[in-house]
Design a protein around this ligand. Structure first.
Ligand SMILES: Nc1nc2c(c(=O)[nH]1)N[C@H]1C(S)=C(S)[C@@H](COP(=O)(O)OP(=O)(O)OC[C@H]3O[C@@H](n4cnc5c(N)ncnc54)[C@H](O)[C@@H]3O)O[C@H]1N2
Ligand code: MOO
Ligand SMILES: [Mg+2]
Length: 424
């Protein structure tokens, strides 16, 4: 008799996994290599931004009150006494009806409070002196970026725990960071189990199956920000599986395996977890595909036994491994966001358990929707090429029609969610 497994809900399973992910110590990374990392320190303004009053245009720095009467009929005339490039500081104080030629980004000289754009002016040279003629007035502060107008010194600019995008990299550099502390990328070990597996370069003898899960998981790990360490394909032999798994335990922060978690004669992962004395977290989840996804904990490390069926493996990773990998990097929002969208094709299959349908997002009339990715068995591999999201269909539902509102789990989103599930 096969032992009966206790089934738990998806949110319960996710919560159990998240309880045993260790936070890794942050590391310092050069500011030009930040993209996709998780920020592990708050970024504060080290100066006022901008740090000085500066010109927003190429033109002339003047005192606004000297322009008050300037008009088409009665232009005002200013003696140009200085020229200031970006990067220079003017040497002179500018007096009444004087001006400094100033370039975009250069500090406003003493005595000036406004800039007139070059296009509004003309220049004349008389008696060896240079004059600027202005036919309109400017207000104080016009065309000037005021010191601290963006943020004052000490202001919190970016809170830690977010995924670093190009804008955050710009802020870090602009605050003078040569290096920034980010979450360490966890080393994620992958073991593909199955005596039937042929690696991509090998001949496909009758009965063999190409190992697609290793390459898929490697890409999923990268997408989640982890570093994949592949331990190869291991035949269904307990000693050999244990040998490989022990190496992974010694070297990895998170352990993934594919295959061997169901109840077949050669499904040895439950035995492996028992032999190692690992604490079982769950071995049955109320979902399709991936119902046999198994999780255990040993020496503070999370062990995930993903299904061998490619689509089930894919879904198990996105639901459980991805948030674990992001939380280990100190992400405050490690989960994939779940948003409402439109089902763009019929999905007639009934759903006794929560179903995760691999699908592709599409935008119709400016709103998000998703098209199921063709062939939908747990063993499907070809249709995975279409998937960039999962349609989440609740258990107990009878099938869905095109146009129905459904939940979409966005696996390609960098900005995560704090807890996207309805319950815990
Ligand atoms: N009597 C029962 N049989 C099965 C049950 C069950 O509850 N009772 N669950 C079914 C479900 S659901 C799934 S999903 C699978 C899970 O199987 P395993 O996780 O044990 O995986 P394997 O048996 O090792 O392989 C299943 C399938 O996937 C192919 N595979 C394995 N590894 C890879 C790989 N790296 N790349 C591509 N394909 C792979 C393997 O050849 C098998 O075809 O069990 C059901 N059975
Ligand atoms: O894990 Mo199985 O994929 O539920 O079909
Ligand atoms: Mg099996």
């Amino acid at each position: 008799m096969v032992e009966r497994r206790k089934m738990i809900s998806v949110p319960q399973a996710v919560a159990k996994v998240m309880e045993c992910v260790p936070a890794l110590s942050p590391e310092a990374v050069p500011v030009e290599r930040l993209f996709g990392r998780i920020l592990a320190e708050d970024l504060f303004a080290d100066t006022d931004i901008p740090p000085f009053d500066r010109s927003a245009y190429d033109g002339y720095a003047v005192s606004a009150r000297d322009t008050e009467t300037a008009s088409l009929e009665r232009p005002a005339e200013f003696e140009v006494v200085e020229r200031i490039a970006a990067g220079q500081v003017g040497a002179k104080a500018i007096g009444r009806f004087q001006a400094a030629r100033i370039m975009t980004g250069a500090p406003l000289p003493a005595g000036c409070d406004a800039v007139v754009m070059r296009e509004w002016t003309s220049e004349q040279v008389r008696d060896g002196k240079r004059f600027m003629i202005l036919k309109r007035s400017v207000r104080a502060g016009e065309n000037v970026s005021l010191r601290g107008e963006e943020a004052g010194q000490g202001a919190l600019l970016v809170r830690k725990g977010v995924s670093i995008d190009p804008g955050i990299a710009a802020v870090a550099a602009s605050m003078g960071h040569v290096e920034v502390r980010v979450g360490r990328r966890p080393i994620v070990g992958v073991m593909a189990t199955g005596s039937e597996l042929a690696e991509p370069g090998e001949a496909l003898r009758p009965g063999l199956v190409r190992n697609s899960n290793a390459a898929m998981l490697s890409a999923q790990i990268e997408r989640a920000g982890g570093v994949c360490r592949y331990y190869g394909r291991v035949p269904d032999d307990l000693d050999r599986l244990l040998d490989t798994y022990r190496d992974m335990l010694a070297e990895c922060d998170l352990l993934l395996s594919t295959g061997g978690v169901s109840v077949g004669d050669f499904d040895l992962m439950p035995q492996l977890f028992r032999a190692l004395g690992a604490e079982l977290l769950f071995d049955k989840v109320a979902m399709r595909p991936g119902s046999v996804t198994t999780a255990a904990r040993l020496h503070g490390k999370l062990l995930l036994g993903l299904s061998g069926n490619p689509s089930a493996c894919y879904v198990g990773f996105e639901l459980f491994a991805r948030p674990a990998i992001r939380a280990m990097q100190l992400a405050v929002a490690p989960f994939p966001p779940i948003v409402e969208g439109e089902l763009l094709a019929d999905y007639p299959k009934p759903n006794p358990f929560t179903r995760f349908v691999r699908a592709r997002t599409a935008f119709r009339d400016g709103r998000i929707g998703a098209i199921p990715a063709g062939f939908d068995k747990s063993s499907a591999v070809a249709s995975l090429a279409e998937a960039n999201c999962l349609i989440v269909l609740p258990g107990g539902s009878r099938g869905y029609r095109k146009g129905d509102r459904v939940q979409l789990l966005l696996s390609d989103e960098r900005d995560g969610a704090e807890w996207p599930w309805e319950s815990r």
